[in-house]
Design a protein around this ligand. Structure first.
Ligand SMILES: [Zn+2]
Length: 161
């Protein structure tokens, strides 16, 4: 039998975008998860630091607050705001071990493997990238529709020609 950890190892190398599409699908159907968005100071912070640095913070939060078999204050360890990763965690149901078990099928009471921690980080990276690709005042990104950027480029090209 192949365990989930083994599966992830193969995709683990550099590909942080490895998250099954059904995860995004299920999250996009949750009214509760869908209402989380970065506010302007989160966006500013993310832009200043850059995604790789923010994800380093994320890896640290995951290792300290989620990965232990019995995390301290489990269920309340992730603040509602104050860091883009916290918001991403609530939006993606990676905020505590109960949510991780319910949404991502990582059993409670066991420490997370490094492959599982990488997976959580991939989920956070995917959400943050999607969130940042939408304008601050723009439409809600429910369903993560692809942007119409390509169409705009086409229109511009037509004008030039
Ligand atoms: Zn939770």
């Amino acid at each position: 039998m192949v365990s989930q950890g083994d599966l992830f190892k193969q995709d683990d190398k550099k590909d942080l975008s490895f998250v099954p599409s059904d995860v995004w699908e299920r999250l996009s159907h949750s009214k509760f998860r869908r209402k989380f968005h970065l506010n302007s100071s989160d966006r500013q912070y993310l832009q200043e630091k850059g995604l790789p640095v923010i994800l380093e913070h994320g890896a640290d939060f995951i290792a300290k607050r989620l990965a232990p078999a019995q995390p301290v204050r489990d269920g309340r360890q992730t603040p509602w705001k104050g860091h883009p990763v916290f918001v991403a965690q609530h939006a993606t149901a990676t905020c505590c071990r109960s949510c991780l078990e319910k949404w991502h099928h990582f059993p409670k009471g066991q420490s997370l493997t490094s492959a599982q921690q990488t997976y959580v980080l991939s989920v956070l990276a995917g959400w943050l990238e999607k969130e940042m690709s939408f304008s601050e005042t723009g439409e809600c990104n429910a369903g993560f529709e692809p942007s119409s950027e390509k169409e705009d480029i086409k229109k511009k090209d037509v004008k030039k020609a």
